[in-house]
Design a protein around this ligand. Structure first.
Ligand code: ADP
Ligand code: MG
Length: 251
């Protein structure tokens, strides 16, 4: 009897916990960012309030210069928070120590840069391995994850090639494989399908969708309606603001 009661209580707790466990991955309050120029500042982000729950697939659209890349750089801890607040899993990024920020960059965020940022002297395989080694993973784990990621993006047979021997689309897929291999909480990509043809672009989106289905989050900027169709939610930016203004809660 006692056992049964305890069992029921555990079940209720577990069930209740799973209902409450929809965590907010990012939350911003009055987020602003400007680039210093010689005499004046360029206000790239002019006050944003949003919440992005875990397990979301978010796309960010908007005309050129509307602040898309800057917003990704703030979310990816590439640019510092200047004004307002930005929280990652409840922790205020602006208050994190350099050590904490490095831990987040190393383990929690997989960033796909618009210009790929691959090391020219390293092969496709080594470009991925380098980042995994920084996670201090065992050698076998590094090898297994690298193989899995390169196979996923269809580049395993090109693993020994350096970036100069790969096409733009292939380099983009190496950059995507690198982000996936890190097994981060969130993948952030700046137009990650821009160099891909329709077929490869869709293939990559399917892979990212699966990543979200495994409980992770994807945030991408894009001009492409095919990419937007994969998102649970699109955030449209105009002049450094979320169109429509006000609070935006993404779910
Ligand atoms: P998007 O990605 O939507 O094209 P960005 O975030 O790149 O927009 O740019 C937002 C604004 O910030 C634009 O006015 C752009 O010119 C400016 N900007 C972006 N990067 C820099 C920089 N490194 N230095 C100065 N201004 C910048
Ligand atoms: Mg941009």
């Amino acid at each position: 009897m006692l056992f049964n009661t305890a069992y029921i209580i555990i079940c209720i707790n577990l069930f209740g916990f799973s209902l409450l466990s929809e965590k907010i991955l990012y939350k911003s309050i009055g987020l602003k960012f400007s680039y210093p120029l010689e005499k004046e500042k360029v206000a790239a982000i002019q006050g944003m309030d949003f919440e992005i729950p875990e397990k979301s697939f978010v796309t960010i659209s908007g005309p050129s210069g509307s602040g898309k890349s800057t917003l990704l750089n703030l979310l990816g801890l590439i640019e510092p928070v200047q004004e307002g607040k930005l929280f990652l899993l409840g922790q205020e990024i602006g208050r994190m120590s350099e050590k904490e920020k490095n831990r987040v960059r190393r383990y929690q965020v997989g960033f796909i840069f618009q210009q790929f940022h691959l090391f020219p002297i390293l092969t496709a395989e080594e470009n991925i391995q380098y980042f995994l080694t920084r996670q201090t993973l065992p050698k076998q784990e590094v090898a297994a994850r690298t193989k899995e990621a390169l196979e996923l993006v269809g580049l395993w047979e090109h693993r020994k090639k350096r970036p100069s021997e790969l096409s733009g689309g292939q380099k983009q897929r190496v950059a995507i494989a690198r982000a996936l291999a890190k097994q981060p909480e969130v993948i952030i990509g700046d137009e990650p399908t821009a160099s891909l043809d329709q077929k490869n672009g869709k293939g990559v989106m399917e892979i990212l969708k699966e990543f979200v289905e495994r409980g992770k989050t994807v945030i991408l900027t894009t001009h492409d309606s095919m990419v937007q169709s994969f998102g649970d939610m699109n955030l449209h930016l105009v002049d450094g603001r979320i169109e429509g203004g006000g609070n935006v809660v993404l779910a």
